[in-house]
Design a protein around this ligand. Structure first.
Ligand code: CO
Length: 217
């Protein structure tokens, strides 16, 4: 176990090492942030956003929660996305899940999980939407990994449903939304290659929020 005191020693060493490779590191760090990426991932300790993307402090705005969910009544994730899109003007929004996700696994169990129930309900809803495809997969582990992928896909769709994302994209051609899965066994990121334009076009039949000049009739 790493001791509490060790963390502060690690921190001093981190500063020394950063400054030794870039004398201006701290000066740059203390300026305004201008990240091009918003990363929405799982809280799992094995999936550190900056590290797996090879990005430095200042290069990625990060939101993490159990099973990387984008829920429209979660004020936290909504505030993060709104700030990233409207003020930071990020170019890319990534939803990154990971295989062997404990949150997704828990949602596959027929159990009362207390306070986790309303949160994991979002994943059970993903299962229901894709029930036929998932139930056709005989191997339980494969079915579980496919649900991880489909959960990422549905959370990307939830991002694309947002007024901020639709309006900024209509105005500037960004942000675009991407779905990834991190594989703990290989350390590699898999791009699910979701078709952002097609998803946007398809959902706008029902979720088109680009028009700000509406009136209730
Ligand atoms: Co997870």
């Amino acid at each position: 176990m790493v001791s509490y005191e060790q963390i502060f020693e690690n921190n001093r060493q981190w500063v020394a090492s950063k400054v030794s490779t870039d004398a201006n590191f701290l000066e740059k760090l203390s300026q305004d942030q201008t990240p091009d990426y918003l990363y929405i991932g799982c809280s799992d300790s094995r999936v550190p956003a900056n590290e797996i993307m090879g990005l430095e402090p200042g290069e990625v705005f990060v939101h993490r929660n159990v099973a990387n969910l984008v829920c429209s009544i979660d004020l936290n994730v909504m505030a993060v996305i709104n700030y990233a899109v409207r003020y930071l003007k990020v170019k890319h929004i990534v939803v990154c899940g990971h295989y062997n996700c404990g949150g997704v696994k828990a949602a596959m169990q027929p159990k009362d999980l207390g306070i986790l129930n309303p949160w994991l309900r979002n994943i059970r809803d993903v299962y229901r939407l894709h029930k036929d495809e998932l139930n056709a997969i005989k191997d339980e582990h494969e079915r579980y990994n496919r649900l991880v992928e489909l959960n990422v896909q549905e959370q990307c769709i939830n991002v694309i449903k947002l007024a901020s994302v639709q309006q900024e994209y209509a105005g500037h051609g960004y942000p675009k939304v991407y779905g990834w899965v991190f594989d703990l066994k290989t350390g590699l990121l898999k791009d699910l290659k979701l078709d952002f334009e097609k998803i946007l076009h398809d959902i706008q039949e029902i979720y088109n929020l680009t028009d700000t000049k509406w009136e209730l009739k």
